[in-house]
Design a protein around this ligand. Structure first.
Ligand code: AMP
Length: 650
């Protein structure tokens, strides 16, 4: 679709909440926003007392005495699993289905709340039997099997801190994360199904833990039945479960005790362990899940995210379970065995809320309407997107072909750091526009500012900041308080959180996200830093220098474009290109493989030696070169472009 049509859709398409939706919706007016704006700490405190089952109710709301190290509900005590499981089971809701899990090969497992509680208690006892206690770190490196949420919850039960590492990361990346958190135990699988083949998780863990002296035990979930090497520190998950005490009382945790850390890419090669604590995170997960998805008792909720990312933490595990919701978990990717898989699942399991990434929607569009039309998806009543800006064409297709024109779409903006959704339409209240995240959830205060930190006028664009602390905010970067301050709180002072995203408002004041303003690339909704790619490439013996940038991709939103200068004596062959690509995949993970790898005679640098990635992006996309006046040697740019055009046959 042309840019002009996209722009037309953006400007003209307005969808009001359908009357029959509004009739039953949880939120249809702005009274929560108003209450929060009048007194946001009181607002969150009242919600915390209403929503969470505390052992000791907090008397404090926000403690901002040591900003930006904010604390919430700091004298309260609770346990997340009590809130997610026991209280529902004790209240007679144990028979409700917590998860319908569907394996990639087609096998299924239905798990009720009572069954989930039993599994979590046993797994928690098993962790204890392996020496894991409160405050210890546990790495979880699994495919989307039921044991993944069970392992997360088992940690939360005993106060251990989980660090879930996406199953697509390679051994080096896994080892870096395990070492940074000095994890004591790793939970993995014999393998994970992915597009009909098996990712050898256990082999990757074996390679990684060889460099991780902190790891004492590895628990291995049997999933694919493939043979694996065995070491003294390995135990089968099922053996550990069989030997474990069936009951395990929840540990009493302080609201500010760490619940989990989750690594994400920053602007340097070293990933950041984003730290989330217990009480505030739970409140953000619960309320945002209720508000944006208008959760009702009989909903079947499907968030397609992997638990390796924050969306899986908040909207596969903690939010839905704390709200006693029935969820779907699908082990595989949407294209396997065919692009019909998601629609078949929606049809069979009568999914009512479907939440996915724009990348998946664009790929589903490519697969065609016929795939969705073959199934009855009329059970759907609400659709959501997350992870990257959604282009208007994809939004309209999603609305018409999946939502049958009747389902509101919530475009939810948030980050690993925010813990829960910050900007989103509310489906019973907001008039939506294709590509706009509309505005803040109650209690949040987004402000778009210019370089100096001044708020830009309505209709203008700039940097997105959040100017009021919120309960589910990150507390720090694991082991690096200074980096926490430098990354998020130094641009505009310790009370202004810098998101790293650009945004603008339209004439109505609605917010449109414009993508990252730092050196972070968003590939299919996954954050990767340009420096991570660059340092991997220069780790190859043939590479002298490398620069990576994001470039537009019709399906993934962005792809990685890498420019490589070879060391003397190396030839720019097709074979070397493949070798370099494979090197990045082996170093970081397949999802970080450059979509475009070009050999370059030089790199465009400013007089102070900074690589001008913006110009490289134009070259990768075949666009006009743009303003190159600040370059040390502008003629280099032309040489790179000619070389790139030749390699791309342009
Ligand atoms: P992550 O922490 O990996 O979830 O990535 C967060 C980043 O993804 C944000 O900083 C945004 O750049 C991007 N993002 C997430 N959701 C949206 C959305 N709805 N619209 C635009 N960008 C998004």
């Amino acid at each position: 679709m042309s840019d002009a049509i996209e722009a037309h859709l953006r400007e003209t398409r307005r969808v009001s909440p359908p009357a029959d939706f509004v009739q039953h919706a949880r939120i249809t007016d702005r009274s929560l926003h108003d209450e929060a704006d009048a007194d946001f700490t009181g607002f969150w405190h009242r919600r915390a007392l209403e929503q969470i089952s505390w052992y000791h109710e907090p008397t404090q709301s926000l403690d901002d005495s040591n900003a930006p190290f904010y604390r919430w509900f700091a004298d309260g005590t609770l346990n997340l699993t009590y809130n997610c499981l026991d209280r529902h089971v004790d209240g007679g809701g144990g028979k409700k289905i917590a998860y319908t899990w569907i394996g990639e090969p087609g096998d299924e497992r239905v798990i009720t709340y009572a069954e989930l509680l039993a599994d979590v208690e046993r797994a928690a006892s098993a962790l204890k039997a392996h020496g894991v206690g409160k405050g210890d770190r546990v790495a979880i490196y699994l495919g989307m099997v039921p044991e993944l949420p069970i392992a997360m919850l088992a940690c939360a039960r005993i106060g251990a801190i989980h660090s879930v590492i996406f199953g697509g990361f390679a051994a080096n990346a896994l080892a870096d994360r395990i070492q940074d958190a000095t994890c004591r135990l790793v939970i993995t699988g014999d393998g994970a199904w992915r597009r009909g083949s098996i990712i050898p998780l256990k082999d990757i863990v074996d390679e990684a833990v060889a460099d991780c002296p902190s790891v004492e035990h590895v628990l291995v979930v049997k999933r694919t039945e493939q043979d694996v090497a065995w070491h003294d520190h390995d135990t089968w998950w099922h053996d550990a479960m069989a030997a474990a005490e069936p009951r395990c009382a929840p540990e009493v945790m302080n609201a500010e005790d760490v619940l989990f850390m989750l690594y994400t890419s920053g602007t340097t090669a070293k990933p950041k362990g984003i730290v989330h604590t217990s009480g505030g995170y739970l409140l953000g997960a619960m309320l945002s899940h209720q508000w944006i998805f208008d959760i009702q008792g009989n909903d079947v909720f499907w968030c397609t995210a992997d638990c390796g990312w924050v969306t899986g933490h908040t909207y596969v595990v903690y939010g839905p379970l704390a709200n006693h919701t029935t969820s779907i978990i699908y082990e595989g990717t949407p294209e396997h065995p065919t692009w019909e898989r998601h629609w078949e699942i929606v049809h069979k399991h009568k999914v009512s809320i479907y939440y996915t990434a724009p990348t998946a929607i664009r790929a589903l569009i490519k697969a065609g309407e016929a795939a969705v039309e073959k199934y009855d998806v009329s059970s759907l009543r609400l659709l959501g997107t997350v992870g990257e800006p959604i282009n208007p064409e994809a939004w309209v297709w999603y609305h018409e072909h999946v939502g049958g024109g009747r389902c509101p779409i919530v475009d939810t903006w948030w980050q690993t750091e925010t813990g829960s959704t910050v900007l989103s339409p509310l489906p019973g209240l907001s008039t939506t526009k294709p590509g706009s995240a509309i505005g803040p959830l109650p209690g949040m205060k987004p402000v778009i500012v210019d370089e100096q930190g001044n708020e830009v006028a309505i209709g203008g664009g700039g940097y997105l900041t959040l100017q009021r602390p919120w309960p589910s905010m990150l507390r720090t970067i694991w082991g690096d308080d200074q980096r926490y301050i430098d990354t998020y709180w130094s641009q505009y002072g310790p009370t202004v959180y810098f998101t790293g995203d650009g945004a603008r408002t339209d004439a109505d004041g609605d917010i449109w996200l414009l993508g990252r303003v730092d050196d972070v690339i968003n590939v299919a909704g996954h954050r990767i830093s340009t420096t991570e790619i660059e340092s991997s490439l220069v780790g190859h013996p043939a590479v002298a220098e490398a620069a990576a940038t994001g470039a537009d991709d019709p399906i993934k939103g962005e792809m990685i474009a890498a420019f490589v200068i070879l060391r003397d004596g190396n030839e720019p062959t097709e074979e070397l290109r493949k070798d370099l690509s494979a090197h990045v995949a082996a170093d970081i993970g397949k999802f970080a493989r450059p979509g475009l790898l070009l050999f370059a005679p030089d790199l465009p640098k400013t007089r102070s030696g900074k690589i001008m990635r913006r110009l490289l992006k134009n070259i990768a996309e075949g666009k006009e070169l743009g303003d190159a006046t600040t370059l040390r040697d502008p003629s280099i740019l032309l040489a790179i472009k000619e070389d790139a055009d030749r390699q791309l046959g342009r």
